[in-house]
Design a protein around this ligand. Structure first.
Ligand code: NAD
Length: 360
């Protein structure tokens, strides 16, 4: 079996961290008996430099022809980079929004895992950190408040701003199906997070999601109001497995869930559409301050590659193998600078990639 993988190395630390993920993917392919055929896709600042725009039709075509796309990060230093003298629609980040739209990536997955070895970085109480947690937020990415009609106008002599929050059952159902499929690959527990005591859109989310739940009798399904969920995430995150929610609630809760791990540089993410295709990338940015120094942490990108194996390529064993290799390397005390602590062994970007590939 050979998979076609698009690689968007991007800007800043992007090329360095993607290179390490490829090293680990190739090691996994060797061990688990499949192969990769990689295609470089130019997007972001590097595309502006080469083609004058952050995303070309050729880049979209190459992404569409791939089984999945692994991305590093795009963008530069907004204060010093010439890319940010361009109008917003021509800047690097417009490439990312453009490709999400072109590929209809409506479900955003952000896992939040507290690694045993990194528990001292967790800002929660010692008892909560000791318990650990491993949850994933499935956020609807292309509907809701961020995409509704909006305007600001004078109404009866008062400046008034209006943002509309709308969802239809098709948008909800496809996100819910994705989330239940993911729950089936995890601990089979799903919580819908909403504001159904106030919002009509949340009541539709409840109605449609409970219909979808009937197709997944093995998954234990419940609901929670978003304000309670924000509290529960800091009080007892271990109670959660899969959290499904709409765009804005997901935006806020996924950052909260990332922060409680204490090490955002470790967190992967995925954006999926209704085929098996997905775009996989670390949660962090292009870190222009450390680009080219071989000191960036490649683990979030390596774990994004593991997500790609699980969700787009159905190679769950290889995904678990990579996740286990990351745990082993951390257990052995190896750390990049951003997660360094007393008594550990400091390594560079490429050494971390070698260690994880070796641990497979
Ligand atoms: P950033 O995440 O790039 O950096 C914030 C801090 O975290 C910096 O000190 C950086 O050195 C550190 N950091 C980030 N990733 C790291 C890693 N893998 N290893 C070690 N340290 C790491 O955020 P920023 O500085 O606000 O943004 C820089 C650029 O990245 C901007 O152009 C922004 O638009 C872009 N960005 C891109 C994406 C994306 O490609 N999806 C996401 C966020 C930000």
């Amino acid at each position: 079996m050979e998979y076609k993988i698009g690689l968007i190395k991007g800007d800043g630390i992007g090329p360095e961290i993607v290179e390490e993920a490829v090293k680990v993917l190739d090691a996994a392919a060797g061990k688990y008996g499949f192969a990769f055929n990689y295609t470089d896709i130019c997007m972001g600042g590097c595309s502006i430099d080469r083609f004058g725009v952050p995303l070309t039709d050729e880049a979209i075509k190459a992404a569409k022809e791939s089984d999945a796309v692994l991305m590093g990060s795009i963008g530069g230093n907004a204060a010093t980079s010439p890319w940010y003298k361009l109008e917003p629609s021509k800047r690097p980040e417009a490439g990312l929004l453009g490709i999400r739209k072109a590929l209809n990536l409506f479900a955003n997955l952000r896992p939040s895992v507290l690694y045993e070895e990194l528990r001292s970085a967790c800002p929660l109480s010692t008892a909560t950190a000791k318990k650990g947690f491993d949850l994933i937020i499935v956020r609807e990415l292309t509907g809701g408040l961020y995409f509704g009609e909006r305007y600001t106008k004078d109404i009866d002599g008062t400046e008034t701003a209006v943002d509309t929050l709308s969802y239809n059952e098709t948008e909800i159902r496809r996100a819910a199906v994705r989330a239940f499929d993911i729950a089936m690959k995890r601990n089979k527990k799903l919580t819908l997070v909403d504001k159904a005591n106030v919002l009509d859109s949340s009541r539709l989310w409840r109605k449609v999601t409970s219909q979808v739940a009937k197709d997944y009798p093995e998954v234990s399904y419940d609901t929670m109001l978003v304000d309670n969920c924000a509290m529960q995430l800091v009080k007892d995150p271990a109670q959660f497995d899969v959290l499904l929610t709409e765009n804005m609630f997901g935006d806020i809760l996924s950052d909260e869930a990332a922060m409680i791990t204490g090490s955002i540089g470790m967190l992967p993410s995925a954006s999926l559409n209704d085929s098996r295709f997905g775009l996989y990338e670390p949660s962090g940015g292009s870190a222009p301050d450390i680009a080219g120094k071989n000191i960036a942490n490649p683990i979030a990108t390596i774990l994004s590659a593991a997500m790609m194996l699980r969700y787009s390529l159905d190679q769950d064993k290889a995904a678990e193998g990579i996740e286990q290799a990351v745990r082993q390397v951390l257990k052995d005390g190896h750390r990049t600078g951003d997660i360094m602590s007393d008594g550990c062994h400091r390594v560079n970007t490429d050494e971390m990639g070698d260690l994880i590939a070796g641990a497979l």
